[in-house]
Design a binder for this molecule. Structure first.
Ligand SMILES: Nc1nc2c(ncn2[C@@H]2O[C@H](COP(=O)(O)OP(=O)(O)OP(=O)(O)O)[C@@H](O)[C@H]2O)c(=O)[nH]1
Length: 253
């Protein structure tokens, strides 16, 4: 008998709807439906942006897969012709496996390609900790990207594990005519931080293998020397100069 009275009181109160749900369980069905709809819509609102985050990433992986298969199909054709010039920005993290040969041993590297853009910094810094090596890449045709290296160095100091192996790369060295960052500037910066520096080209593959091998070798050496108590750096990697005039060696490390 008391229930309807109670429900009326509750209906008039600001908390009416949850109270009615408690008193009349049969009312709860539409309310649950409402709640479900509400939750579902909020879930959808939260879910859709994350889908949008995933889509371009998938697109990037797919375009790279297509590129790889194109390279296989073309066979020994010039790699430059198959270079993927379509720019799809990395969103958050992109994951790749690369195998390098170090003194006859195959070393599998797990490479986490992080977005360079400032707005993804919170996501990317979360992945620093635990990384054994970090490659900092700037674009030799873009001064800002070089200036940004200082910020990344600071961020690594704050977020990465102590003693993480670092490597500085000046990429796009096939674009000499558009060069904005001189080799000497980067060399100086690398020396200040006590790290190796190479100029590379993802387009012509210049020094790309050398860069990965060098980092892997330094990581191996460091972990080996940690065990043996010796902390000497490995001898520098056999590098090629980016400008075509001198294709012998250029070790800046
Ligand atoms: N000429 C030339 N172009 C390059 C080279 N490396 C990358 N590019 C081009 O530069 C653009 C950006 O390349 P990405 O590798 O996606 O650059 P990123 O720094 O990873 O960019 P985010 O994914 O936004 O972090 C693309 O259009 C590439 O084709 C290179 O060595 N030489």
């Amino acid at each position: 008998i008391a229930l309807p009275k109670l429900s009326l009181q509750f209906l008039l109160s600001p908390n009416a709807i949850p109270s009615v749900t408690l008193i009349f369980p049969n009312f709860s069905l539409p309310l649950i439906a409402l709640k479900f709809l509400f939750h579902r819509s909020s879930w959808l609102i939260f879910y859709f942006p994350s889908l949008q985050l995933l889509w371009p990433q998938t697109g990037k992986v797919r375009s790279q897969e297509l590129d790889d298969s194109k390279q296989k199909f073309v066979g020994n054709g010039e790699r430059e012709d198959n270079f993927n010039n379509t720019y799809i920005s990395t969103i958050g993290i992109d994951f790749k496996i690369r195998t390098v040969d170090i003194e006859g041993k195959k070393i599998k590297l797990q490479v986490w390609d992080t977005a360079g853009q400032e707005r993804f910094k919170t996501i990317t810094t979360a992945y620093y900790r635990g990384a054994m090596g970090i490659i900092l890449v700037y674009d030799i045709t873009d001064e800002k990207s070089f200036e940004n290296i200082q910020n990344w160095m600071k961020s690594i100091k704050e977020n990465a594990s102590a003693g993480v192996e670092r490597l500085l790369l000046g990429n796009k060295c096939d674009m000499e005519a558009k060069r904005k960052v001189q080799k000497e500037q980067a060399d100086k910066l690398a020396r200040e931080h006590g790290i190796r520096f190479f100029e590379t080209s993802a387009k012509s593959s210049m020094n790309v293998d050398e860069a990965f091998s060098s980092l892997a070798r330094d990581i191996l050496l460091k972990s080996g020397s940690r065990r043996s108590g010796n902390s000497n750096k490995s001898p520098s990697t056999d590098l090629k100069t980016c400008d075509k005039k001198n294709t012998n060696k250029c070790s800046l490390g």
